[in-house]
Design a protein. Structure first.
Length: 574
């Protein structure tokens, strides 16, 4: 625009020179003076325009220099995918089952297309790409998972595979207690994917995760373990989560809201505390579950969140995952389903793996989580459970009996010093033993068919420290189960839970665990390689010891695990 004005001024000056011609009626000196005045005025305008142009050039040069300085500062910041510390995306190869999500867009000045994940705008546009990521429409699909080669050695033969059934460790005076065991397995290997997309201002996240810990079953299929080991592909997690502003809604099979969080109320495995153990049944005393349900949450920024969930209920009288079962009344003890093992025609779960017990309504769970900083997390969780049965021995037959129970947790973790965190998760229940890996029954059934709740408590407390490329951890886990006894309809026979028979029901179980997780190598383009060790000492004490029977059963076990984690990183949404 400035150059155009300058050009026009010059043209005007020239035209003026041609148009102003001496008149015979005028004095030549006067005409010459007038022409000189006009030329001087045009020259003054041209000088003003030149000065304005120089000022514009100077301002533009200063702006360019300022931006170059800022970009140089940003470029000086290291972008290292091996440490995954760049703000905006999660670890490139996490040692956990899922890569943590990104939290903020990456500045354009530090984008490295071989390392950084894509940034998805509200319109679905992509600025950069990440390894092992597929874009379909406005959605991104990121494979997640790892390959595990696991070795476990135990001082007694638990017969439970690479997962430990804590409540059924054999006593030393039994055949199984006299045997040791060592086994190798790839069953804990996992496959899955996460799906990220934007719909306007709404974030949509889908997550799927499966492993190979399904049961082979009875012969002849079970006999295949002799040769081909065709481990069954099993569903672990499958859910969709929708977030808009401060609200969040989830539907599907996720980690139960009763499972402790490391931060917030996030359902992502990277934000859940299920210990660092190699043992696929995790640490004794942990409250957890992977359960279908619905969940809603409200977030007050990143500092606090309140979540409420409705999750599948399962009336439980013990006997699952190695836990002790309660003794049932004679009127129903012989009514077990021949196929599933459930009693009362499928009304109650007594340890069978099929989810079919009749429930009044889903379990109602609420959690309040506080995260005043990245160094501190605190949460309070509560669950309400209602059980109902139709008792065949009542008069009239099949009278209904209902009982409501539940439990609550107080959990926290905080950083003592840089790299060292203290963790404690504590649970108490009246009728909620199912959430302690099924080690305690929810209730017993009295001789008249009425229900009575069983009290139970658990804890997992320990430390986690990161030194260099190695994570060190140590936990104490404990479970205590109160007795609850009743007389059967004959008025003589003890039933319920407690000191009824030797080795019948557990009073207390304890586990002390130490372990390490070392990152041998890690790169955005091919993933990570980790070497893990775990050693645990476990002891269980029954309610009743008679004669020369041992007062407890104990177990020492060691795990070695080599893990290859898939590369990639979750996209950052903005």
């Amino acid at each position: 625009m400035i150059r155009t004005a300058l050009t026009r001024a010059c043209i005007f000056a020239c035209v003026a020179g041609f148009l102003v011609a001496p008149s015979p009626a005028q004095d030549a000196a006067t005409d010459m003076a007038h022409l000189k005045a006009q030329l001087a005025d045009q020259q003054s305008q041209i000088q003003e325009l030149r000065r304005a142009l120089e000022e514009q050039k100077k301002l533009l040069q200063e702006t360019i220099a300022s931006r170059s300085t800022e970009n140089a500062k940003d470029e000086a910041k290291p972008v290292d995918a091996r440490t995954a510390r760049v703000s905006g995306y999660g670890e490139v190869a996490s040692t956990r089952p899922i890569l943590p999500p990104g939290v903020a867009p990456i500045p354009s000045a530090v984008v490295n297309t071989t390392l950084a994940p894509p940034v998805i705008s509200a319109q679905g546009g992509q600025t950069d790409s990440a390894p092992l990521q597929l874009k379909i429409g406005n959605a991104y699909i990121t494979p997640v998972g790892f390959m595990d080669m696991t070795s476990v050695s135990r001082s007694t033969n638990t017969g439970s595979g690479i997962g430990t059934n804590f409540g059924s460790v054999p006593y030393g005076n039994t055949q199984a207690g006299a045997l040791t065991e060592t086994r190798l397995s790839i069953q804990n290997s996992r496959l899955g994917a996460r799906f990220d997309s934007m719909f306007g201002n709404t974030k949509v996240l889908g997550y799927w995760e499966s492993d190979f810990l399904g049961q082979l079953g009875a012969p002849p299929n079970g006999g295949l373990a002799v040769s081909s080991n065709p481990y069954v592909f099993r569903m672990r997690l499958y859910w969709v989560d929708v977030q808009r502003n401060n609200w969040e809604f989830l539907a599907g099979q996720s980690w139960s809201l009763m499972t402790p969080n490391r931060k917030g109320v996030s359902p992502l495995p990277g934000d859940i505390f299920f210990s660092q153990d190699v043992d696929v049944n995790y640490q004794l005393g942990l409250t957890w579950g992977r359960i279908p349900g619905f969940r809603g949450a409200y977030h007050w920024g990143n500092k606090a969140a309140l979540a409420v969930a409705l999750e599948n209920s399962e009336p439980y009288v013990g006997g699952g995952n190695g836990g002790s079962a309660s003794v049932l009344p004679a009127a129903i003890s012989g009514t077990a389903n021949a196929v599933s093992g459930a009693v009362l025609g499928g009304q109650i779960n007594n340890g069978n793996s099929q989810i079919q017990a009749a429930s009044v309504h889903p379990d109602i769970i609420a959690k309040l989580a506080l995260d005043p900083s990245s160094k501190f997390h605190f949460e309070i969780t509560g669950v309400e459970i209602t059980n109902k049965i139709a008792f065949p021995g009542s008069t009239p037959p099949f009278a209904h009996f209902t009982k409501a129970g539940g439990g609550g947790s107080i959990n926290m973790n905080f950083e003592l010093v840089k790299g060292l965190r203290f963790i404690t998760n504590n649970y108490w229940s009246s009728g909620g033993g199912r959430y302690i890996f099924g080690q305690a029954p929810d209730f017993i059934i009295r001789g008249d068919g009425s229900l009575s709740l069983v009290h139970s408590a658990s804890t997992v407390t320990g430390l986690e420290a990161t030194i260099g490329k190695t994570l060190y951890y140590g936990y104490y886990g404990g479970v205590y189960i109160s007795r609850n006894l009743a007389l059967d309809a004959n008025g003589k026979t003890l039933i319920g839970y407690g000191p009824i028979s030797n080795d019948g029901q557990n009073r207390a179980i304890q586990e002390v665990t130490f372990g390490t997780n070392t990152t041998l190598a890690k790169d955005a383009k091919w993933g990570a390689l980790n070497l893990m060790f775990q050693f645990s000492w476990l002891q269980r004490n029954p309610w009743l010891v008679t004669g020369t029977a041992p007062g407890n059963a104990h177990l020492e076990m060691g795990f070695v695990n080599l893990r290859y984690t898939l590369p990639g990183s979750a996209p950052t949404l903005k």
